[in-house]
Design a binder for this molecule. Sequence first.
Ligand SMILES: Cc1cc2nc3c(=O)[nH]c(=O)nc-3n(C[C@H](O)[C@H](O)[C@H](O)COP(=O)(O)OP(=O)(O)OC[C@H]3O[C@@H](n4cnc5c(N)ncnc54)[C@H](O)[C@@H]3O)c2cc1C
Length: 330
Amino acid sequence: MGTVTVVGAGVVGLSVAHELARAGHRVSVVADRAAADSVSGVAAAIWFPHDVDHSATVLESAAVTYRRLAELAGDPRTGVSLRGGTVLSRRAGVDTSWTRAVPHTAPAAPDGLPPGATGIRCTVPLVETSTYLAWLRGRVAALGVRFRAAAVTSIAGLLRDDDADALVVAAGLRSAALLGDDDVSFPIRGQVVRLANPGLTDWITDDDNPGGLTYVVPRRDDVVCGGTGDVGCWDERVDPDVEAAILERVVALVPALAGQPVRSRAAGLRPGRAGVRVGPVAGHDRPVYACYGHGGAGFTLSWGDAARIAAMLPPDGLPGPVAAPDAGGQ
Ligand SMILES: Cc1cc2nc3c(=O)[nH]c(=O)nc-3n(C[C@H](O)[C@H](O)[C@H](O)COP(=O)(O)OP(=O)(O)OC[C@H]3O[C@@H](n4cnc5c(N)ncnc54)[C@H](O)[C@@H]3O)c2cc1C
């Protein structure tokens, strides 16, 4: 058994802490924001590998997470359910490799689709973020993981002050600045408006909408309507003009949303990266691992990538620090 400190308490940090503690490590989590106050609290969140590459490793992590979330859907306390929906496409040659990670997909019936669009029907896990993140934190705490509220200013400083045998950096978008060896990370700004739910259950995504990225994700008490995918934008404020445009697009797509009152609104920065980073980080005197860069798919990859980190840190033989130049993860 070893002691491991995880930096980050978003969906990724919590999932990593869970898997490490379950494997037998003594785990601490240090974070300056609770999950609900990070981008994890803004997510829609449906299972879908959005804004990440669809490499074999990513799709395997997505498939592992699908299965785990599908199991959790059996327990209403988790806030996870399985929901049917449609992935719309308005152009030829769209990448459908993600379908390999879903047990069953079928072509959508053309009636009801926008003119010229095609669709893929499937059932995926829907995560009600506030319920799920609170449940997950409770599970992690029940495994004996300790939480510390603090801002980490440098990895070297943390290693100096912390006697953990290993460190995992799962700090989302801010991981790159903390590690200082990554120039391929970037924000992807997303804005949503949440409407009262007029009784919808099916979700729909419309990435090729001529007006911009559009999706409708009905939850128990509201409907998450989006969105935007502004690459390189660091602005976390809600923009009223962007909201008006989102509302226009979602009502055109799902007319039942017309006139529904706004319940809440939010914007957040997805941790974009040219390749999700899961693996050892070189150049430290103790083992340091990275788990970040999940783009619009942090929930979708959470359990799979947490399991990968746990496999890299076996409790009966922690690896040593990595001296060779870091290859930059997967
Ligand atoms: C509008 C929108 C819709 C989305 N929809 C979906 C969806 O449907 N499905 C899906 O899978 N994903 C979705 N996402 C993406 C998802 O939200 C992210 O991929 C995921 O939340 C990233 O989680 P994370 O734990 O890596 O980062 P975060 O949630 O940002 O957590 C980072 C953690 O690290 C801590 N931290 C960072 N730096 C420091 C530091 N220096 N010191 C101490 N602590 C630090 C923070 O306090 C926080 O606890 C969506 C995102 C947006 C914006």
